[in-house]
Write a protein that binds this ligand. Structure first.
Ligand SMILES: CC(C)(COP(=O)(O)OP(=O)(O)OC[C@H]1O[C@@H](n2cnc3c(N)ncnc32)[C@H](O)[C@@H]1OP(=O)(O)O)[C@@H](O)C(=O)NCCC(=O)NCCS
Length: 347
């Protein structure tokens, strides 16, 4: 079989159950609980402008960022992921024994191995299995998609999906083009197996779409790795190129999600995009004709927390009562790789 053709087919395939005839009972991954954790230390733009040649007004105007949370030494990826997971389990009224799998999206794990997911497993006292997943800022959508598959295949009935990042540890703090953009944090959702009829009226994850183009790997990357003692690595970015791709690919991803579910833009109650730049968020909202009041925005206070940004935004909007059962939530993200994708969920 032609591999390129097969990959393209897999990229855009609708989940099997959305094709199920009405009346048939299908398994759905229901978002049962949501939680987040942000480091205590807040660093405002003015504080950064004392160490690097930038200004509060430049950062606000070009990105929408006012401040970011920066982890202290004890706030490791595993520490923050555990706090977020505990909050998600408590929100779901679930116990550690209900967790069959932990999927943790991160580019900044505590150790090369064991997987940070397993440090979280030990801290929570769960059984089952777990692993880390690397897809940069799209990591949470990728992990959510894998969690959905585990539940729909019957391999797991309860899955913790976590995005946790300490990008402050891979920043070049002399590079004003990148260090002002990122922050640290963790967010988690607990997925629980439920049932539906295979229609868009079901609760749960209605679809996920994942994409990647490795040929674009050099516009956003870390120039080292834990396996290279001489170079643990710093984040490097061609901001203009990433911006250009972000608007095009994210717009495509939201259109794809709606088309796969036979839904119109008007069906979306909340857009929860990856929080990289307010100008990118505005462009996607405009394309969906969604007023900004229906877009969950945290970039002003969190900056870009990579794989943690979407679950942290979900946690905030859930905690303040914006997210309500039955609503349709559209998630979309783009990150280094390039990776990008979307998820459509009915809460
Ligand atoms: C990074 C980004 C904010 C830069 O904005 P921009 O409008 O493209 O700005 P430019 O890169 O053209 O830089 C314009 C000027 O500002 C300067 N500049 C860059 N960062 C600066 C900062 N923090 N403070 C002050 N000036 C800065 C540049 O050096 C340049 O100066 P010059 O004109 O004298 O050469 C923007 O490109 C962006 O957000 N890209 C996407 C990033 C992203 O989303 N990454 C994560 C994806 S997951």
């Amino acid at each position: 079989m032609d591999l390129a053709a097969e990959t393209a087919t897999l990229d855009s395939r609708r989940p099997a159950e959305t094709d199920a005839p009405a009346g048939r009972v299908v398994v759905r991954a229901i978002v049962a609980g949501i939680g987040g954790y942000l480091p205590e230390r807040i660093v405002g733009n003015d504080e950064l402008s004392r160490t690097v040649d930038t200004s509060d007004s430049w950062i606000r105007e070009r990105t929408g960022i006012h401040q970011r949370h920066i982890a202290q030494p004890h706030e490791t990826c595993a520490f923050m992921a555990t706090r977020a997971a505990q909050a998600a389990l408590a929100d779901a009224g679930a116990a550690p024994g209900d967790v069959d799998a932990i999927l943790l999206a991160t580019a900044t794990p505590d150790q090369a191995f064991p997987a940070t997911a397993l440090r979280v497993q030990a801290a929570l006292g769960c059984g089952g299995f777990g692993f880390d997943l690397s897809a940069a800022c799209s990591g949470f959508i990728y992990a959510l998609s894998m969690g959905d598959l585990l539940i729909r295949s019957g391999q797991a009935r309860g899955v913790l999906v976590i995005g946790a990042e300490v990008y402050s540890r891979i920043m070049n703090w002399q590079d004003r083009g990148t260090c002002v953009l990122f922050g640290d944090g963790a967010g988690a959702v607990f997925l629980r197996a439920g049932t539906g009829e295979g229609t868009g009226a079901d609760r749960g994850i209605l679809s996920t779409h994942l994409h990647a183009d490795g040929k674009l790997g050099d516009i956003l990357y870390v120039d080292g790795a834990v396996g290279r003692a001489d170079k643990p690595g710093h984040l490097v970015m061609n901001g203009k190129e990433v911006f250009r791709h972000a608007v095009v690919r994210l717009s495509g991803a939201v259109d794809e999600a709606l088309a796969a579910n036979g839904m119109d833009h008007a069906a979306v109650d909340w857009l929860v995009p990856h929080q990289a730049n307010m100008r990118i968020v505005d462009a996607i909202a405009k394309r969906l004709a969604l007023p900004v009041e229906r877009v969950v925005v945290t970039i002003d206070r969190h900056a870009n927390t990579s794989a943690a940004s979407i679950p942290l935004a979900l946690a905030e909007a859930h905690a303040d009562g914006r997210l309500q059962r039955g609503q349709v939530v559209l998630l979309s993200a783009l990150g280094g790789g390039l990776t990008w994708g979307s998820a459509l969920i009915r809460l």
